[in-house]
Design a protein. Structure first.
Length: 332
C-alpha cells in the first residue's frame, strides 16, 4: 500500500541499468514538457497507437509510470492492463478522472498538482462573476452588432458591497474570498466543516447560504461526494436575484435544474467554466443570454501550466529517486 508520503513499500525505485523508465502518456501536455518527458523517460503516447486495446494487451506490462491531464480518464480497466504500474501523475488539482480506489487496491501512488493553480482559478472565478453581473459579454455583442447606434444598453447589477457565498473554502475558495475583500463584499462560506483559520462566517446549511447570497461561487472538488451538491433546492434558494459561478466540476451542479431555472428567470444568471458532459454543452445553455459560457479554462494560463507541469515532472523524479511523491493524492 502507499505510504503516508505517497511512496510504495517493498518496491525498488531505482532506474533500470540500461535505458529509460517506460512511461505511458495518455493526456497531452505542453510541447516543452513533452520534450522533457522524452528526454528523461521512454515515452509511449497511447493516442498514437492504431489499436490501443491490442497495444495495451501486448505492451501494457512494460509501463511503470502513467501521465495524464485533467479530463483524460484513468479507469480501472486501464489500470488492470498495466500490471507493472507504480505511479500515476496528473496535471491539475482534480482527480475525479482517475479511479483512485483501483489504484489504491494495487498500491499505485497517485499525484496531482495542487496549489500552483490557485491564483489563476480564483482570478477567473472573480472575473466571471464580474462579467456575469455587469453583462460584459452581452454588452460586447451589443456594440459589435451596431445596436448601440439605436439604443442605450440596459442596466446591469453592481458587484461591490454585495453578498458572496463560497461553497468550499479550500485554497481556491480562500483565494476567491481574498479577492472579494477588494470589492467590500460580505462573505460567508459552506464546507464539510468549519475552518478554524477563517474569520468569515460559516454556514452549516448550503440552502441557508444560497438564500443569503447574491453570488454563489462553487469551489469544491468533483466526485461522488459532491455530485449535484448544488441541487434544484439550492438553486431555488439562490433566487431570481442570485448568480451562480462554477469553476469546480460540472457534476457538482444539477445542470438540468439549472437550465430550467435560468429559462424561467428563477435565478438571475450563471457563469460556467465546467459542465456535466463537457465538452458537450446543452443547446439550451448556448441560447441563453444570461449565462457566460467558458471552455474549462480556469487554470489555463501559460504560467500556471508551466508550474503544474514542473510539479508533475518533479513528482515523477521524486518518486523514482526517493520512493515518495511531493504532492500525493493517495495516503494511508
Amino acid at each position: 500500500m502507499p505510504s503516508a508520503t505517497g511512496g510504495i513499500r517493498n518496491i525498488t525505485m531505482t532506474r533500470p541499468r540500461t535505458g529509460k523508465l517506460p512511461l505511458l502518456q495518455i493526456g497531452r501536455l505542453t510541447d516543452a514538457t513533452e520534450d522533457r518527458l522524452h528526454q528523461e523517460y521512454s515515452v509511449t503516447a497511447l493516442w498514437e497507437q492504431a489499436d490501443q486495446e491490442k497495444f495495451l494487451a501486448r505492451e501494457g506490462k512494460r509501463f511503470r509510470a502513467l501521465v495524464t491531464a485533467g479530463g483524460v480518464k484513468v479507469p480501472s480497466s486501464l489500470i488492470a492492463v498495466l500490471p507493472a504500474l507504480q505511479v500515476i501523475s496528473t496535471r491539475g488539482v482534480g482527480i475525479d478522472h482517475i479511479d483512485c480506489e483501483a489504484a489504491r487496491s494495487r498500491g499505485i501512488a497517485v499525484s496531482n498538482t495542487p496549489g500552483v493553480l490557485t491564483d489563476c482559478v480564483a482570478d477567473l472565478a472573480f472575473g466571471a462573476l464580474i462579467a456575469t453581473a455587469r453583462q460584459l459579454a452581452t454588452a460586447d455583442r451589443f456594440v459589435r452588432g451596431g445596436t448601440w447606434l439605436n439604443m442605450r444598453y440596459p442596466l446591469a447589477t453592481r458587484v461591490s458591497r454585495k453578498r458572496l457565498g463560497i461553497v468550499g473554502l479550500g485554497r481556491i475558495g480562500q483565494a476567491v474570498c481574498k479577492r472579494a475583500g477588494g470589492f467590500d463584499m460580505e462573505v460567508r462560506y459552506h464546507s464539510r466543516s468549519e475552518r478554524s483559520d477563517s474569520s468569515e462566517e460559516y454556514c452549516p446549511s448550503l440552502l441557508d447560504l444560497a438564500a443569503w447570497a447574491d453570488f454563489l461561487v462553487i469551489c469544491v472538488p468533483g466526485g461522488k461526494e459532491t455530485r449535484h451538491l448544488v441541487s434544484e433546492a439550492v438553486l431555488n434558494a439562490l433566487g431570481p436575484q442570485g448568480y451562480l459561478i462554477n469553476v469546480a466540476r460540472g457534476s457538482v451542479v444539477d445542470e438540468d435544474a439549472l437550465i430550467s431555472l435560468l429559462i424561467n428567470g428563477q435565478i438571475a444568471g450563471a457563469a460556467l467554466d465546467v459542465y456535466e458532459r463537457e465538452p458537450n454543452v446543452p443547446t439550451e445553455l448556448l441560447e441563453l443570454e444570461n449565462v457566460l459560457l467558458l471552455p474549462h479554462i480556469a487554470s489555463s494560463t501559460k504560467e500556471t501550466f508551466a508550474d503544474m507541469e514542473t510539479l508533475l515532472m518533479d513528482n515523477l523524479h521524486s518518486f523514482f529517486a526517493h520512493g515518495q511523491l511531493l504532492t500525493p493524492v493517495i495516503k494511508d
